[in-house]
Write a protein that binds this ligand. Structure first.
Ligand code: CA
Length: 244
């Protein structure tokens, strides 16, 4: 299976790369969060170090989770209970603290892969994905005249790029990656803010309002009252040019 190894330490990366290769995995190693986001679509599973030079690892974890369902194991020196809980809440399937025993890590990888097998479509094979969910093949998600490119982190409306803030994009990408599902506020807050608590909860509404306003497509995000949000099917607003 193809592994994405996100690790900025060369010695650690070499040791992990060798161990993974010995177990028959192919490995792409990246040392920066930016490259992790670029290559996550090809990964059958992900090993993620949290201490990276260009972005906080937990933030990266949340972003990876908005676009990718592959099993993800955090491998980090951060060993505080708070870090572990945050990592798991942000969507990690397992959390291994450095220094670790290599055999144990490999066993954990196998366990996580078995457990998440149905989620990721089985044995690393991506689901056929008839809905065109970009999370799988990196293909943009289309709804109405809106196109969300999860890998490139861009949104176009009627072919014109719209600039969203990072968080606005994260929210939209999360909905777009699973367009058939309604997502509860708690899950969205948990995945994107890493916090289900009140502080961020108004902030979600503000971000949804931002997405609607900036795209000019109020239906792009559907509110499910008292529960959460879903990707909608926006209709093009009438331009008032008399054409009907
Ligand atoms: Ca590191």
């Amino acid at each position: 299976m193809h592994a994405l190894l996100v690790e900025d330490d060369d010695r650690m990366a070499r040791a992990l790369g060798t161990a993974l290769a010995q177990r028959g995995h192919t490995v792409r190693r990246v040392g920066r969060a930016l490259d992790a986001l670029r290559h996550v679509h090809e990964a059958g599973f992900v090993l993620l170090d949290l201490g990276l030079p260009d972005l906080d690892g937990l933030e990266l974890l949340r972003r990876l989770r908005t676009v990718c369902d592959a099993p993800l194991i955090v491998v980090t020196a951060r060993c505080e209970e708070r870090d572990i809980v945050q990592g798991l809440r942000a969507g990690a399937d397992d959390y291994v603290v450095k220094p670790f025993r290599m055999a144990e890590l490999m066993a954990r990888i196998d366990t996580v892969r078995r457990r998440t097998d149905t989620r990721s479509g089985g044995a690393g094979a991506r689901p056929a994905d008839p809905g065109g969910v970009g999370g799988a093949g990196g293909r943009p998600v289309r709804t109405g005249d809106v196109e969300v490119d999860l890998a490139g982190r861009t949104v176009t409306v009627a072919g014109v790029e719209v600039r969203l803030t990072r968080r606005e994009f994260d929210v939209l990408a999360f909905l777009a990656a699973r367009p058939d599902e309604v997502h509860s506020r708690e899950v969205i807050l948990d995945r994107i803010w890493g916090d289900v608590l009140l502080a961020a909860s108004r902030s979600l509404d503000v971000h949804v309002a931002g997405i609607r306003a900036k795209t000019g497509r109020a239906d792009l995000v559907r509110t499910v009252r008292g529960f959460g949000y879903q990707l909608g099917s926006p209709t093009t607003p009438v331009e008032g040019d008399g054409a009907r």
